[in-house]
Design a protein around this ligand. Structure first.
Ligand SMILES: Cc1ncc(C[n+]2csc(CCOP(=O)(O)OP(=O)(O)O)c2C)c(N)n1
Ligand SMILES: *[C@@H]1O[C@H](CO)[C@@H](O)[C@H](O)[C@H]1NC(C)=O
Ligand SMILES: *[C@@H]1O[C@H](CO)[C@@H](O)[C@H](O)[C@H]1NC(C)=O
Length: 622
């Protein structure tokens, strides 16, 4: 909107009102980041009261423009802005950081105006890029996505991964704002106020740039207006600002990061009040959304046809993943796949071949891959499946950890788990992934062992809201379940049993097949019967089934896994049974950094093959 003098004064007043609220909130909380808020006050005022098109009544309406505060520590000014927009009374911000308030130290989606949790720096732009991709290519709706980034924060590599992605996909509906206030937490940023260096770097990454004095509302508003007219590129507003702007004696000074103003607050607030043209809250006319995002139904998702395999057919679970995703895609056109240049290994390529428009290549940038996936899940627009080698998902652990706080809906599929990948060697083997995903609150960890259970794992993950991990294997494994087998999250399957079992062996994926081999050998060569359990999900683990089956097997358990011992299946089982007095557990896992070699040789050498299982059973029986 073109700004007249009245509106300019109003926006400047609003900026100062936001500063005052940020000071008061952080003083009430006795903690927080008022100076980080002050540098971005004009940007927030212009964005929310001149630029953004949204409905305050429905802050997360799918047609609204989106705003992501990547520098989440500036939460007080985000809260103050929504209060100023009329979502809740301004006094409410004084509850900042109180245990019973949703106005937490950093924003989370407990608040109805927050899409994703921020506060671990460097993540907001990937999520914003995911949302912008959905707006442009999936919803095909003209909402825009704005992401505010700190200059210190912009040292994070994930910011630049997101920038490469955004320009590659010509996300002209995405606008990044860099708040270049010169200072970080403990010292000045590396680039200080070298605005030209920011500009060159950001341009080199394919963004249209607009350099502004971030405290001049007219310049800021003009830049946003120009940015919204760019048709082929994402845009960046590079705002030259001062940390603590408008706080006499504090502005642009070091040692004020993350500190409330304490007894200095009164004078600072008075100084800010003196600058107000009007003492009253300003009745801004807000802009409404200009497009109508389509209605979508993510609940209507299932396999288009049931599994269709013959018992004994050999198919890798990673391959079954690709086929299963195509079956989901036939039923629901909001199923999307993303990968980090491993699609012909993870078999997400199968999905790309079936639905080229519903596959997004994210290239070799796994933090951004996961961030984009989380963005795809926001506002329930799509069901994102993100795949790469399971070991490389560990690069995005922080994104996943934040994903839990974000209440994200994202399906991660990690192939090439364990030593059973063989010759490529340890750098490509995921041996920590179960531990990693188990630690994420609410995450479901699927570990299917054949094509039938993989198809059902993919279906269950799509139907479940939250973070899910499906661990797939590289080698082909025989189908052991009939087409009509019913699987449930947290329900194990007994795949071999007799009335005279002396030990319960729990294996998953590759090691389930090793357990079956061991059971056959123990029976024929030693006359020993064992029961074999497939947990299907490692989290939640089927505690009841483990306890009841162990009781029928002399309370002896062997757990065998293609993973390091820490945090794996053995510890999941041991943890579930911690209060059981009479059960003995032997855990087989990979105990050292493995080498390259043929899969079978490695499985045997590292003590997780049938030979080791047989020995472990004998030890427990001795
Ligand atoms: C990944 C990560 N590392 C470190 C921190 C701790 N931290 C919080 S704010 C901050 C400084 C941020 O500086 P900048 O991005 O310039 O924001 P400003 O407050 O100056 O606007 C740091 C180091 C964090 N929150 N996240
Ligand atoms: C993936 O595709 C490339 C290019 O066609 C090929 O060179 C490579 O061997 C393939 N990888 C796998 C695991 O099939
Ligand atoms: C599964 O379906 C296929 C194809 O219809 C059929 O050949 C196979 O026998 C079925 N298997 C089972 C165990 O029902």
């Amino acid at each position: 909107m073109a700004l007249d003098d009245v509106k300019i004064k109003q926006l400047q007043d609003t900026a100062n009102r936001l500063r005052i609220l940020s000071i008061e909130a952080t003083n009430a909380a006795k903690s927080g980041h008022p100076t980080s808020c002050a540098s971005m006050a004009e940007v927030m005022s212009v964005l929310f009261f001149n630029t953004l098109r949204y409905s305050t009544k429905e802050p997360k309406h799918p047609s609204n423009d989106r705003f992501v505060l990547s520098k989440g520590h500036a939460a007080p000014i985000l809260y103050a802005t929504w209060a100023e927009a009329g979502l809740f009374p301004p006094e409410e911000v004084l509850n900042l950081r109180k245990l019973d308030s949703d106005l937490e130290g950093h924003p989370t989606p407990r608040l109805n105006f927050v899409d994703v949790a921020t506060g671990s720096l460097g993540q907001g732009l990937s999520v914003s890029a995911g949302m912008a991709y959905v707006g442009k290519y999936v919803d095909k709706c003209d909402y825009r996505v704005y992401c505010l980034i700190g200059d210190g924060e912009s040292a994070e590599g994930s910011i630049w991964e997101a920038m490469s992605f955004s320009s590659h996909y010509k996300l002209n509906n995405l606008c990044a704002i860099f708040d270049v206030n010169r200072l970080g937490q403990s010292e000045p940023t590396a680039l200080g106020h070298k605005i030209e260096t920011y500009e060159k770097r950001i341009q080199a990454f394919g963004f249209e740039t607009f350099v502004v004095n971030g405290h001049d509302v007219k310049q800021v508003a003009d830049a946003f207006a120009k940015a919204s007219r760019v048709t082929d590129k994402p845009q960046a507003i590079i705002a030259c600002t001062l940390k603590g702007k408008g706080f006499p004696g504090i502005e642009d000074r070091e040692n004020w990061h993350g500190k409330p103003l304490g007894d200095k607050a009164k004078d600072v607030v008075n100084a800010l009040k003196e600058q107000l043209h009007s003492a009253n809250r300003i009745p801004h006319q807000l802009q409404s959304p200009v497009c109508k995002a389509p209605n979508v139904d993510l609940k209507a998702v299932k396999l288009s046809e049931p599994p269709n395999f013959k018992l004994g057919d050999k198919i890798a679970t990673r391959q079954a993943y690709g086929d299963a995703l195509v079956k989901l895609g036939r039923v629901n056109d909001r199923v999307y796949a993303m990968d980090g240049d491993t699609k012909n290994s993870t078999f997400s390529e199968t999905y790309k071949k079936a639905f080229p428009d519903r596959y997004i290549e994210c290239f070799i940038a796994e933090q951004n891959l996961v961030g984009v996936g989380i963005g795809f899940g926001c506002r329930a627009r799509t069901i994102p499946f993100v795949s790469t080698f399971a070991c490389f998902l560990s690069r995005a652990f922080d994104q996943l950890r934040m994903g839990a706080i974000s209440q994200a809906n994202i399906k991660c599929v990690g192939s090439h788990c364990g030593v059973s990948i063989g010759e490529d060697g340890p750098s490509q083997m995921a041996l920590e992934d179960i531990a990693m995903f188990r630690t994420i609150p609410g995450c479901t960890v699927f570990y299917p062992c054949d094509a039938v259970s993989t198809e059902r794992a993919v279906e269950l993950a799509a139907q479940h809201h939250g973070i899910d991990f499906i661990r797939t294997s590289r080698p082909a494994t025989p189908v052991i379940y009939s087409n009509d087998t019913v699987f449930e999250i947290g329900k194990a399957k007994i795949v071999k049993s007799s009335g005279a079992d002396q030990c319960l062996v729990i294996g998953a994926g590759i090691t389930l097949h090793e357990a079956i081999k061991a059971a056959d050998a123990l029976k024929t060569q030693h006359g020993v019967s064992i029961r074999v359990m497939d947990p299907f999900t490692i989290k939640p683990i089927d505690r009841d089934a483990i306890i009841s089956n162990a009781a029928e097997c002399g309370n002896r358990i062997v757990v065998v896994e293609d993973h390091y011992p820490e945090g794996g299946i053995g510890e999941a089982v041991a943890g579930a049974l911690a209060d059981q007095v009479n059960i003995r557990i032997k855990k087989l896992a990979v105990h050292e950094v493995p080498r390259s070699g043929p899969p079978d040789v490695l499985v045997d050498k590292y003590g997780i093959g049938s030979r080791s299982i047989i020995a472990a059973v004998h030890e427990l029986l001795a």
